[in-house]
Design a protein around this ligand. Structure first.
Ligand code: IDP
Ligand code: MG
Length: 149
């Protein structure tokens, strides 16, 4: 079992895709264990995207991610980190496969609807930026009983 971090970015919220993203997460069988809407402060955005500091798109990326509310989620499930990355699709929506969130709803790399953690390390780091311990709700869904002991 892994816990990963998924976020509907400002363009996803503006385009009314919060429900679509949540539906896909639920339909895939992932368990939402924490969720919140927030408007990112500049310093939180810098921390979240620290690995991109110095790149030519960094400032544009910070402007974009702080331009409006986002919806952050912690998702639990079997191999959740790579599974959610696969559901999200390639970074540039024009290259993302149909059936992925970016491949179904996007066309511009600067407006690619969602963010997902790309490794165990980044999942842990990103969850820590967005959530505290008391934000997590521990429960099980009925169908999980036969998947997870
Ligand atoms: P990821 O979101 O698929 O993990 P990263 O390479 O980590 O992709 O980049 C973070 C975000 O920065 C992307 O989702 C995208 O919004 C933006 N980004 C990445 N590369 C470019 C670029 O070349 N131009 C504009 N924006 C970019
Ligand atoms: Mg990334």
């Amino acid at each position: 079992m892994e816990t990963t971090f998924l976020m509907v970015k400002p363009d996803g919220v503006q385009r009314d895709l919060i429900g679509e993203v949540i539906s896909r997460v639920e339909e895939r069988g992932l368990r939402i264990v924490a969720m919140k809407m927030l408007h990112l402060e500049r310093n939180t955005a810098e921390e979240h995207y620290a690995e991109h500091e110095g790149k030519d798109f960094y400032e544009t990326l910070l402007d974009y991610i702080t331009s409006g509310p986002v919806v952050a989620m912690a998702l639990k499930g079997n191999k959740a980190i790579s599974l959610v990355r696969d559901m999200v699709g390639d970074t540039d929506p024009k290259d993302a496969s149909p059936g992925t969130i970016r491949g179904d709803f996007g066309i511009d790399i600067g407006r690619n609807i969602v963010h997902a953690a790309d490794s165990e390390e980044s999942a842990e780091r990103e969850l820590d930026i967005f959530f505290e311990g008391s934000d997590f709700v521990d429960y099980r869904k009925v169908e999980e009983d036969w998947i997870y002991e």
